[in-house]
Design a protein around this ligand. Sequence first.
Ligand code: KG4
Ligand code: ZN
Length: 348
Amino acid sequence: MKILAIETSCDETAAAIVEDGQTVLGTSIASSLDLHQVTGGVVPEVAAREHPLKIWPVIEDTLSQAKLKLEEIDAIASTAGPGLLPALLTGYLTAQTIALTLGKTFIPVHHTLGHIYANFLERNPKEIRFPIVVLTVSGGHNQLMLLRDHFDFEVIGQTRDDSAGEAFDKVARLLGLGYPGGPEISRMAKDGDPQKIALPYAWLNENNSKEKWDGANFDFSFSGVKSAVKREVEKHGKLDPQFVRNCSASFQEVATEVLAQKLIGAGEKYGAKEIHLAGGVSANTHLRNKIQTKSEGKFTFRFPAKFLYCTDNACMIGAVAYYQDKFKIFPEIKDADPNLTLDLFKKD
Ligand code: KG4
Ligand code: ZN
């Protein structure tokens, strides 16, 4: 089954044609990142204005890579939410219009499930074994979920304030680094000393103890460590390069340690066969290596097969849409929804 998938929930205008939830036949992505680098973050109106200009060229490019005509596509999918409403609308309405015009099935997709199904791309689905515990870490989301089976899931932890990606972006800004902050922090951290600046681990322990995680709570919080970085920057005064490298390394170390321990802890508690990492922050190699080392001999650990599938992309939307069609998950959604709930996508 060949699905044309569209993703415009934030600043990326993306299309992909994915076969059977696994093989990417073509994909094209236009980003308005250069415009957001000037402002140091995504300005919703700026992102929204770019999508209508880019959507058709991106779809045409995708079709030409796949050597397919629109008529040869079996179904059309689009992110329905969550995201920025004016941005979501372009992709959603375009996909609906194509589906209506050609008399094809339209599949509305939840963006977070898209990130999760990025781990099914370029993999043999028979080798992926449930139950899975998946940590989705991106700019917009930070969730730990137990997947008992396709569309049988439960959120077991989430952030109480900023998402991990947001924290990387805000800390990068405090350190005078560019946007998006994740790759910049990771680059600076390579030559920094993670022990030089003491930053707090946000374990969220019941008795507020700080030394190590008590294993009870699977929520996250990143505002404390961000404020601690702010205090260190103010104390230090000048942002000299070695301070920026050390601060990047220390922040990356405490943030990834908490993420890694809670993912593995949840895998153990819920008897997972596999643990997965998804979303923009899953591109972070320090985090991947940490989880890999800690999970050795316990579970199969997967992260997206390509860096392209970590950050926002349409391939992941095509992947989850295939399984929605297979398991008949067609939630009744009237319109794109910036606060779309995950519950609509659960199997009865
Ligand atoms: O999934 P994504 O593209 O967008 C959302 O759905 O939010 O994630 C973007 C986030 C940004 O906050 C960015 O700083 C972060 O992913 N990111 C990284 C890395 N690459 C991207 N964070 C840490 N390390 C990276 N290498
Ligand atoms: Zn995303």
